[in-house]
Design a protein. Structure first.
Length: 140
């Protein structure tokens, strides 16, 4: 199964992320947004950041997760290439624990592709079936 694919949106870029379960799909969504920024094959996973978020539904959880990834990218000046996600439903909310691994940005080493300005809520979807499919659009 492919991890993600992109689709065209005027002035933005959208992606679908896939997984055998919700955790894997969210991990692949992280990989998809960092492949927009740079080639993740060239990002070493030598620094780790952990975070937790809670949201009221799966779509809000996806938005909050992607926002958190972008936040750490901008604040820590890092690129990420490995994502470990654990999602649990607790008291009618969704709780996500994430471990993300990457390295400090070095534009002499890393490809500079597109800058992501923001995650958009527009057309965001979480479809859970035999395969989990996530849909998101980022503002470039």
């Amino acid at each position: 199964m492919k991890k993600f694919e992109y689709f065209d949106v005027t002035a933005d870029i959208g992606f679908y992320a896939f997984g055998n379960n919700l955790n894997e799909a969210f991990e692949n969504a992280g990989l998809a947004i960092f492949n927009i920024i740079s080639n993740t094959d060239k990002i070493d996973a030598n620094k780790t950041i952990e975070f937790e978020i809670t949201s009221e539904d799966k779509v809000s959880l996806l938005y909050d997760y992607l926002e958190e990834l972008l936040f750490y990218h901008e604040i820590e000046f890092m690129l990420f290439s490995e994502f470990e996600v654990q999602i649990d439903e607790i008291d009618n909310n969704y709780h996500l624990k994430a471990i993300i691994c990457g390295e400090d940005i070095n534009w002499d080493k890393h490809d500079r592709d597109c800058e992501i300005k923001a995650i958009t809520f527009h057309q965001m979807e979480v479809n859970v079936g035999d395969v989990v499919e996530l849909k998101a659009i980022v503002d470039l």
